[in-house]
Structures are given as structure tokens and as C-alpha cells.
Design a protein around this ligand. Structure first.
Ligand SMILES: O=C(O)/C=C/C(=O)CC(=O)CC(=O)O
Ligand SMILES: [Ca+2]
Ligand SMILES: [Mg+2]
Length: 432
């Protein structure tokens, strides 16, 4: 491959964390339990706090601040600094990790202070998340769920093509990949002629989404202009908005999801910058009807990214994951910029570290859907997953106790990939 940037750290061409990626996250180790900023390259975490302490951030924006900002246990202060500072940090890390820069390459002492093997790193949430909002920006998903919940004639509500519909979630329930999810209990009404019942959800589902983090926020009463919205987006992760469909179906009228979606939301812990994703930007579909001026994006229609997505399931008792769905983030109808502009247009203050979910991303076929509800069309078409020894199949409609789900995503570049890492969770039985 001609002239692609190379690191002195080696990794295969299909690795999700090459020198072109360099996401930001928060990690700790057994030997040093203090959570701190890191980036990822190949099978190493790079301790950004140690890079700062070695005085290696010497640029105009971070030179005087890096030691302080990167020794915090969260990325919020770094997120608040804004895109020029994020760019300066990433460019410096890229330079330090490149095969032509001797600073780390030729210093065993610096390398041992700065590199941590991924198996020794414990990943945490990247920041304190002041607020979490989840949108509904995938048209195929909104149509499918609409048909199942309200019938074909009312599938897309009249507002859906005019504004990015969303609901306020619970930041308290956002957890990093690997955190087990306890099956929620709640009210559901399995028989519409009888009163509701209480108990464990029997329709536990996932939602395959992208999440994005707000950098610099906005003052109460002011709004984020869509044409500057990218300056407010720190980066992107994978997000699983675990959903209890039976609880949701009974509770959601008229205010939307509540307990069906506040028992756990899993994110991948590495936050990939818009700069790392920029060459994978793709247009959102032509928006018809035309949107109102505050949602009109003159910075371009390339509002989403061609991130290949998949849902992997390891059924209880199995030893391996099977891919049950393959989709792409290109199926979003509303762009991240539109979601952020809409969120703040009435004057809602946005804060550094706020998490916004895209909504479930489904393709056009059942094997590209972002929820089991859609893949199995309301439990009428079970999935068949080959058993470990290949002698039989395991059937699934919704999740059972012990099932583990992993969301994966990557962009394929010329000679490298930009990936996100795991977004995993295993289902624990409901509490009695
Ligand atoms: O009532 C409905 O149409 C369904 C709403 C949702 O499932 C909400 C949600 O989390 C949206 C999404 O992920 O796309
Ligand atoms: Ca959702
Ligand atoms: Mg949730």
C-alpha cells in the first residue's frame, strides 16, 4: 500500500486500532488503579497521562495544560477544550507512534512507562455522562417497530420525517462493554383482555446503535448551529440500548419508553474521533419533505458514516459468538449534526460528556436488522444458530439468561481499518 502512515508497533492490516484510528478512552491497571486517559494502538493501550508527564505534549494548545487535563479520571475536561485541542493531541500521538519518530521507538524507558498490554488494561466509562438522550433516526427501524406496535397505516408518525424523534434516557444506567445486564422486572400486559402482570421481562432485546459524545456544550437559552455542530462532537462509539419489549409496549403510551430502557445501556469504551472517520463519511438519504432551516445542513449532506456493523450472539451454553446480523451506519436518516442541532434548538443546555444515541440502525432485510424484534419479526421467525458441535441448532427470538451479545463496527480503508472494539454484555437472571 503506497504511503500509508505506519507505526513502529506492528499489527495486522485488519486490526481495528491502527495508527490511523487513535481513539480516546479511560483505563486503569492492576498495578495503578487510578483511572486515566489512554489511546489504543494494536494490542497496546498508550498511557496518555504518562505521555503528558514525560512532557511530550508541547503544542500551542496543550503544552501548558496536558499534564493537568490528562491526569483526570475522566475525559470531560479534555472534551470541553474543543476540536483544535483534540486534533493537536491526536496529531502528537500519531507522530510519537509513527515509525519515523525515534522518541518512543528508540527509548525503552519511555516505552515501558507509556505502553500497557491490552490484557492488563481495565476499561472504564470515558467520562462522567451528565445526560443521555436516545434518538430514533433509523428509518427502517422506525418503520418496522411502527408496523409491529401500531399497524401498517400508522408506522411512521406524522412528525418523523420533520424532526429527529428522541427520548431522554438515564445516564446512570450507561455501562462499559463487559458489564453484565440483569434481566429487568416490570409491568407487562401479555393478554389485552386481562389486567397487567408483574415479573421478569420475557421479551428482552438489544438495539444496535451508534453513540456520540458532546464536547464543548451550549449555554441554557442558546442553540448549537447545525453548521458548527461537528465542532461539538468529541467522537463516536457503539451503543446497545437494551430494551424490554413487553414492558415497552405496555408503558410507552403516550410519553415514550421509560423502564423498558433504563436498566442498562452498554457502550464500547473507545471513542473514535470524527477526524478518524472523516474519509468514511457518506450522505444521509435525500430528506423529503424538506427540513426546516435550523435542520438544513449547508456543511454538506454527508451526515453519517459507512461503518459496517454487526450483531454477534453467544447463546447460553455455547462457546462461541455467531454473527446474526450485518448492517451499516449508512442507514441513518438523520445526521449526528441534525440530532445535536435539534436537541439544543429550544435552549436545552448541552454539557461536555453528554451522550446521544442514534437510535437503532437496521438495513433493508431481516439479516441486517439492529434488534431481535425485527430480525425475528415479533417472535414469529426464530433465528437458528448452529450449536457448538454443528449437530443441531439453537433457536432464539428474544434473549435468554446467559446469552451474551457483542456489537461490532468498523470502516474499511485502503490498507487499514478503523474499528470500535467490543460492546458486550451477558444477561443475568432477574432478581427474585
Ligand atoms: O414506540 C416506538 O415506535 C419505539 C420506540 C423505541 O424503540 C425507542 C428507541 O429506543 C428508538 C430507537 O432506538 O431507534
Ligand atoms: Ca434505542
Ligand atoms: Mg437504555
Amino acid at each position: 500500500m503506497a504511503n500509508i502512515l505506519k507505526s513502529f508497533i506492528s499489527y495486522p492490516e485488519t486490526h481495528e486500532f491502527p495508527i490511523q484510528n487513535l481513539p480516546f478512552g479511560i483505563f486503569s491497571t492492576k498495578n495503578d488503579a487510578a483511572p486515566r486517559a489512554g489511546t489504543r494502538i494494536g494490542d497496546f493501550v498508550v498511557d496518555i497521562k504518562a505521555v503528558a508527564q514525560a512532557g511530550l505534549f508541547d503544542g500551542p494548545l496543550l503544552g501548558g495544560k496536558a499534564k493537568e487535563v490528562f491526569s483526570k479520571p475522566t475525559l470531560n475536561d479534555f472534551m470541553a477544550l474543543g476540536r483544535p485541542s483534540w486534533r493537536e493531541a491526536r496529531a502528537k500521538l500519531q507522530s510519537l507512534l509513527s515509525d519515523s519518530n525515534p522518541t518512543l521507538r528508540d527509548s525503552a524507558q519511555l516505552r515501558s512507562a507509556i505502553f500497557v498490554g491490552t490484557s492488563d488494561a481495565i476499561m472504564h466509562l470515558p467520562c462522567d455522562i451528565p445526560d443521555y438522550t436516545d434518538f430514533y433516526a433509523g428509518r427502517n427501524h422506525a418503520t418496522n417497530v411502527g408496523i409491529m406496535f401500531r399497524g401498517k397505516d400508522n408506522a411512521l408518525q406524522p412528525n418523523w420525517l420533520h424532526l429527529p424523534v428522541g427520548y431522554h434516557g438515564r445516564s446512570s444506567s450507561v455501562v462499559p462493554s463487559g458489564t453484565p445486564i440483569t434481566r429487568p422486572c416490570g409491568q407487562r400486559r401479555p393478554d389485552a383482555t386481562k389486567p397487567p402482570v408483574f415479573g421478569p421481562s420475557v421479551r428482552l432485546d438489544i438495539e444496535l446503535e451508534m453513540g456520540f459524545f458532546v464536547g464543548p456544550g451550549s449555554e441554557m437559552g442558546s442553540r448549537i448551529d447545525i453548521n458548527h455542530a461537528d465542532e461539538h462532537i468529541f467522537g463516536v462509539c457503539l451503543l446497545n440500548d437494551w430494551s424490554a419489549r413487553d414492558i415497552q409496549n405496555w408503558e410507552y403510551v403516550p410519553l415514550g419508553p421509560f423502564l423498558a430502557k433504563n436498566f442498562g445501556t452498554t457502550i464500547s469504551p473507545w471513542i473514535v474521533s470524527l477526524d478518524a472517520l472523516s474519509e468514511f463519511a457518506v450522505e444521509v438519504p435525500a430528506q423529503d419533505p424538506e427540513v426546516l432551516p435550523y435542520l438544513k445542513d449547508i456543511s454538506g449532506t454527508s451526515g453519517t458514516y459507512d461503518i459496517k456493523l454487526e450483531v454477534d450472539l453467544k447463546p447460553a451454553g455455547s462457546s462461541k459468538f455467531s454473527t446474526v446480523s450485518k448492517g451499516s451506519a449508512k442507514y441513518l436518516y438523520w445526521s449526528f449534526r441534525q440530532m445535536l442541532a435539534h436537541h439544543s434548538v429550544g435552549g436545552c443546555p448541552m454539557r461536555p460528556g453528554d451522550l446521544l444515541g442514534s437510535g437503532t440502525i437496521s438495513g433493508e432485510t431481516s439479516d441486517s436488522c439492529g434488534s431481535f424484534l425485527e430480525m425475528c419479526w415479533n417472535a414469529t421467525k426464530p433465528l437458528e444458530i448452529p450449536s457448538d458441535d454443528g449437530s443441531g441448532v439453537i433457536k432464539r427470538t428474544f434473549l435468554e439468561d446467559g446469552d451474551e451479545v457483542n456489537l461490532r463496527g468498523y470502516c474499511q480503508g485502503q490498507g487499514y481499518r478503523i474499528g470500535f472494539g467490543d460492546c458486550k454484555g451477558v444477561i443475568l437472571p432477574a432478581k427474585p
